[in-house]
Design a protein around this ligand. Structure first.
Ligand SMILES: Cc1cc2nc3c(=O)[nH]c(=O)nc-3n(C[C@H](O)[C@H](O)[C@H](O)COP(=O)(O)OP(=O)(O)OC[C@H]3O[C@@H](n4cnc5c(N)ncnc54)[C@H](O)[C@@H]3O)c2cc1C
Length: 383
């Protein structure tokens, strides 16, 4: 049997690892990714302040897989009826497929966004944002705007503010975080939002909630209530589906099945879980849904092998122990009903990053990241 896993992010890598364990050795697993590397995307904003972190958060997929074939190619289309994947360098037939292509940044058709704003999804975006920020500093300061106050926007604004502090230009650079909803971190509980707002304000970030951007011009951001001048703009204002799925995040239910032998997981899907809850696009959800997808792929392949219908697919329910975000060197953690802030939250955030990297990268990488996160104050022994 031939299994295609499309995308080597959190969901794609973890599904591949599980399939490598579960499927019989004669089954072939091909992992397709256009970069050939696994990006620890939930740490990407930190590369704006610490460019050296790049080598720790971007790891070759060939180092992280056991027997799967890694194919570096761009997926352009998926034909679920024909069980074929179109790639920029050929086609791939499959008996089962997992679409884990993640999301793309949505500009919601707002004029000027594509032209004037920089998204944050890839390493090159982080490098571009850093360069632009340092240009603003060099030319005497100005307004650094971030559009969208979800997980990535909040953390990006925090990095800019911390970088301004590090560069000694806190008075010359104003960081503005613009959000259409009435609050930062709108999908999160009230106590988490309040702490996040406090953490941003403690860094001097100006927060403009309830503000809808209607156009981005060369020097001005136009909103429904007026306009303001900006010197650079980071766009973290929403996600859409991958182009290979017509730009649409596909709706799936708790078995994560898109079609007969095709599954979708991670940001590429809009998932309603076994409890009927809509699952937020997040690394955490992508990671947690992966075992269910691997189980269901193994079941459809087993049924196909025996020429029988699939009797039962596993249903996934998203259970989260909480959320963790960084705001510069500060951090906010929500663990159950409790919200932690500052160093306690930072330790939790670091240990989560550490666990992820230690499992999927190397311990050396993990300890480097931890050292960066905690600053110079702690002694972390080399492995
Ligand atoms: C700055 C930032 C901070 C974040 N912070 C958090 C956080 O604190 N907590 C949290 O839970 N989430 C966070 N997120 C969100 C999280 O990173 C995403 O939800 C997560 O990466 C989704 O995982 P995924 O596996 O679905 O997709 P991705 O991790 O995006 O992986 C998709 C993979 O598919 C590949 N790919 C894409 N298109 C193609 C194609 N056409 N052909 C071939 N390959 C392709 C890509 O190269 C990539 O390897 C953050 C995101 C950002 C940007």
């Amino acid at each position: 049997m031939h299994v295609a896993v499309l995308g080597g992010g959190y969901a794609g890598l973890l599904v591949t690892r599980k399939l490598e364990e579960r499927l019989p050795p004669e089954d072939e697993v091909v992992l397709v990714d256009e970069t050939g590397d696994h990006l620890v995307q939930h740490e990407l904003h930190r590369a704006v302040r610490y460019p050296d972190i790049v080598e720790d958060i971007s790891l070759p997929l060939t180092d992280l897989t056991e027997r799967a074939t890694v194919r570096e190619a761009t997926v352009t289309a998926v034909d679920t009826d024909g069980r074929t994947v179109e790639l920029d360098d050929g086609t791939l037939d499959y008996d089962a497929c997992v679409v884990a292509l993640g999301s793309q940044t949505a500009d919601h058709g707002i004029p000027g966004v594509e032209e004037h704003a920089t998204p944050l999804k890839r390493l090159e975006h982080a490098a571009r944002l850093r360069r632009k920020f340092l240009d603003v500093v060099e030319t005497g300061g100005g307004t650094v705007a971030v559009a969208g106050a979800g997980l990535s926007g909040v953390q990006t604004a925090g990095e800019f503010a911390a970088l301004a502090e590090q560069e000694g230009v806190r008075d010359a650079v104003e960081v503005v975080l613009v959000e259409q909803a009435d609050t930062v971190a709108p999908s999160f509980p009230e106590n988490f939002r309040a702490e996040t707002r406090d953490a941003l304000e403690a860094y001097g970030v100006r927060i403009e909630t309830g503000t809808t951007i209607t156009e981005v011009r060369e020097d001005d951001v136009v909103t429904e209530g007026g306009s303001f001048r900006y010197d650079m703009l980071a766009w973290t204002g929403g996600v859409r589906g991958p182009d290979a799925l017509d730009g649409i995040r596909r709706d799936v239910r708790a078995d994560l099945r898109l079609a007969d032998r095709t599954f979708v997981v991670g940001d590429a899907a809009r998932i309603v879980d076994a409890d009927g809850e809509r699952v937020p696009a997040s690394a955490q959800a992508a990671v947690r849904a992966s075992p269910t997808v691997a189980t269901n792929v193994a079941r459809v392949l087993e049924a196909a092998r025996n020429d029988k219908p699939v009797e039962h697919l596993e249903k996934w329910a998203f259970e989260t122990p909480g959320w963790l975000i960084s705001v510069g060197d500060d951090a906010v953690a929500q663990l159950g009903p409790q919200v932690l802030r500052g160093s306690a939250a930072n330790v939790v955030k670091s240990s989560v990053g550490l666990t992820y990297l230690a499992e999927h990268g190397s311990l050396r990488n993990a300890l480097r990241v931890l050292r960066e996160e905690l600053g110079d104050g702690r002694v972390i022994p080399e492995p």
